[in-house]
Design a protein around this ligand. Sequence first.
Ligand code: PLP
Length: 374
Amino acid sequence: MSTPVVSELAPPLRLLLGPGPSMVHPRVLRAMSTPLLGHLDPKFLEIMNEVQAQLRAVFRTENPFTIAVSGTGSAGMEAALVNLLEPGDTAVVVVAGVFGGRMADIVGRCGARLVKIDVPWGEVCDPARIEEALKREGKVKVVALVHAETSTGAHQPLEGLGALCHAHGALLVADTVTSLGGVPVEVDAWGVDACYSGTQKCLSCPPGLAPLTLSPRALEAVKARKTKVQSWYLDAGMVADYWAEGKRVYHHTAPISMVYALRESLRLVLEEGLEARFARHRRHSAALMAGVAALGFEPQAQEGHRLPSLNCIKVPAGVDEAAARKGLLADHSIEIGGGLGPLAGKVWRIGLMGESARQENVLAVLAAIEQALA
Ligand code: PLP
C-alpha cells in the first residue's frame, strides 16, 4: 500500500455566514492550542467547574446538572431524549422543520409513542395545540420542540410552556442550538426541563460539544426509570458522576481542547453581556433583512417570529440559487446556507451568529449578493 502524500493543512479563510459553524474569535483558537491536561487532573476539574458555572449563566439556570456533552448538537438532542424516554412512554413533538423532525426520529428510536404536531415550515406552534395534545393523549412524558428552527428561521416562543407541561405531568425539552447566546434563553423562568445547544452557532466556538442542562424534575424522571438508558455514552447518570463536583468518576475521556475552547467562548459571551449580545444580533439582522429586501428577497419565517441569528429568505424567481451561492464562495469566500428538505432550492439561510454578527460581515454579504445577482 502506498503512503498518501498530504500537504500541510492550509484551509482557505472563509467568512462563515451559513447555518453554522460561525466565525470563531482568535482567543478561542488560542485556547485550543494551549497544552493538554489529563481529564482527571485537578486543574482540569477546576476548569470543568468554571465551564459549568458559565453555562448556568448563559442558560439562565440554577440547575446543578449543567454540563457539556461530548459531541455536537445532535448528541445534546439525543442525550435529552434517550434519558427521559423509555419504551412505551408518550412524547409530543412539534415538527416545524428539519430539527423537529430529527427529534421525532429519536423519539421513535427510544421506543416511545410519538405524537407529532405538524406546523407549516416557517411558522411557530400555537401553545393551544400543545395543550390540546396534552389533554387528548393521556399520560404524556415529554413535550419537545425547537426554540430556533435553523431550517426555516422561525423563533418559537417558549414562555409559559413549562407551566403548561408541568400542569399535565409532562416534561419540557427545548432545542436551543441556534438560539443560545444569540437570543434570550431562560431555562428556569420558562420551566424548561431539558435544554441543549451546540457550541458552533451563537457561542462561536468550533463544533464538538453540546451544552445540556437538566432540571431537578428531569433528573427525578431519569432516576425513576425502570429500564437502563439505551445509550451507554449518553447516560446522564454516568456522565453526571464525571461532571459532579466531589465525584469525578471516569466515564469517557473528555475532549480537553474543546472544553478549553468553550470556556474561552463563554468568557467572551459573558464579557460582552447577554443583553448587549442579543441587541447586537437584532441590530445586524435588521440591517441584513433591510438590505436583502431591497434586493428582492422576502423572509421565509412568519412575521413577529423571525430569528436574528438565522435569516431565512426566499430566493426570487429566476435566480439560479445554487450557482449564486457557489459564486459567493468562489469569488468572495463567503459561505451562506441553502434550503433543506422541502425548502431546498427555494431559500437561503444567512447566519449572523456570535462573531459572525458584525456590521462588516453584513455589508460584505450584501455587496456579494448584489454582485451575484447582477
Ligand atoms: N438542532 C438544531 C436547531 C440545529 O440547527 C442543529 C444543527 O444545525 C442541530 C440540532 C444538530 O446539531 P449538530 O449538527 O451540531 O449535530
